[in-house]
Design a protein around this ligand. Sequence first.
Ligand code: GLU
Length: 313
Amino acid sequence: MSAESAPHPPAPRVTMPAAAPYRGRFAPSPTGPLHFGSLIAAAGSFLQARSRGGEWLVRIEDLDPPRTVAGAADGILRTLEAFGLTWDGAVSHQSRRQEIYRDALSQLDALGVLYGCSCTRSEIADSSAHGIDGPVYPGTCRGRQRAGRTLRVLVEDRELVFQDLVQGEIRCALAHEVGDFVVRRADGLHAYQLAAAVDDADQGITEVVRGADLLYSTPRQIHLQQLLGLPTPGYAHLPLAVDTGGRKLGKQTQAPSVSGHDPVPTLIEALRFLGQPVPPALRDTDVAGFWHWAISHWQIERVAHHTPAVTGR
Ligand code: GLU
């Protein structure tokens, strides 16, 4: 993926809608408590939605039972509340939407773009070039009857282009940078790419604001939207909070969770991370006062497209 030249023309342009009414979302995976990196995604998507008078939904991405931690979803919701991040409507849970994902798979199957794959991880690693997000699947099982339980979707040899509100123009040739990708895993679980593409459309999301670790997922989700005849929302990928070793702050790096006990200083830190000016008086305000100020002064143009200075977390 690159933000520069177009190695594989022609480049069909994805129409960026963001038609009113604005609807954004925060989609945490309940694999642990909310940490600073997720707070950035939550705050950025909330500010973008509320500053446009839009709605902000919360979707619990509990697609993967082995990774789901008991009580984590509730903990995340309570922490969001403590930070004054109040959502609209009912919280949705991907674990309760399996039928919708099955229908999407049937639709893809009817289009003839799915195939079963029985390659193991090491077979793929051995026979692949390295792409933007791991090995590029070389298409080993394409057109074969290997009857694997993993389902992959065919990608096309063309470049996808989208305009990211923070990262600028992003171009990606899926065939060269990702390969045919997994939409249902061998264990029968639906893949994140499929569920996110389907849910964003089903929930009427007009703009997805999330962490830049998912920038590489967006072309896959746009590909699925196009196959399924779903609208493509606008996208804005926020810089990632990293630790002093340059690693993404998250559950994998055992980042400390954020506490809702004294929310304003943490919110100020998040706002500063998002490139927004922070007047000293904001320190003396309460959560409601903080959001009132932050929403009315929010400018997504100020968000850095690269990772800002390493935080001490
Ligand atoms: N569930 C993903 C995460 O917690 C976010 C997915 C998304 O925003 O599309 O990192």
